[in-house]
Design a protein around this ligand. Structure first.
Ligand code: G3D
Ligand code: MG
Length: 179
């Protein structure tokens, strides 16, 4: 019997944050490629595609779009926000600006998120010692609550929270697509 060629449903997730917060690292963490500085510093990844199993047993093609660059809000980035099924906004506990700038990211998103796609917030680099933190968990939780964002604490280094965070947003996007 000839096997049917299965065409996987695609789910696109955009990652947004200031540079150096960990977008590339968190994508690699998800892909179980490990946390290799050599790879990070030599590879420019704007788009990663991988097969991803959902909670319901279905497999989809997950496309991760690394949206931000040094020049924020270039037209290509705005187009990517419009094309995404879901967004991951990220901040780094050891970088106050990355927290402060979440407001401006949200503003840009709301101006370009016509379909009201789901957004989650990752508080990244929780493996780093607390003495280096510039923001508290309480501050981030309060921000998330105020802006109606589901929040995950993550570390691209230890991979803590990475699976959970991606699973939440991808399964949520799939559910919306199915409705
Ligand atoms: P970006 O893609 O958002 O610009 P990168 O960020 O993924 O390139 O990460 C920027 C720097 O932060 C890298 O360090 C990377 O190793 C580090 N990093 C990212 N996520 C984590 C994390 O969860 N924990 C720790 N400890 N470091 C992290 P370098 O030194 O290569 O610039
Ligand atoms: Mg990067």
């Amino acid at each position: 019997m000839k096997e049917d060629k299965i065409r996987l449903k695609k789910i696109k997730i955009g990652l947004l944050c200031d540079n150096c917060v960990g977008k590339t690292s968190i994508c690699y963490a998800l892909l179980n490629l490990g946390f290799t500085k050599e790879i990070l510093s030599t590879t420019v990844t704007n788009r990663i595609e991988t097969e991803y199993p959902l909670n319901n047993g279905n497999v989809i093609k997950l496309i991760l779009l690394d949206i931000a660059g040094y020049e924020r809000f270039r037209s290509i980035e705005l187009r990517n926000i419009k094309r995404a099924h879901g967004l991951i906004l990220m901040m780094d506990f050891t970088n106050y600006r990355s927290f402060e700038n979440l407001d401006s990211w949200l503003k840009q998103i709301s101006e370009n998120n016509e379909k009201n796609i789901p957004i989650v917030l990752f508080g990244n680099k929780i493996d780093l010692p607390k003495k280096d933190w510039k923001v508290t968990v309480e501050q981030v939780k309060e921000f998330a609550k105020k802006n109606n964002l589901t929040y995950f604490e993550t570390s691209a280094k230890t991979r803590k929270g990475v699976k959970e965070g991606f699973s939440y947003i991808v399964n949520k996007c799939y559910k919306i697509l199915e409705e």
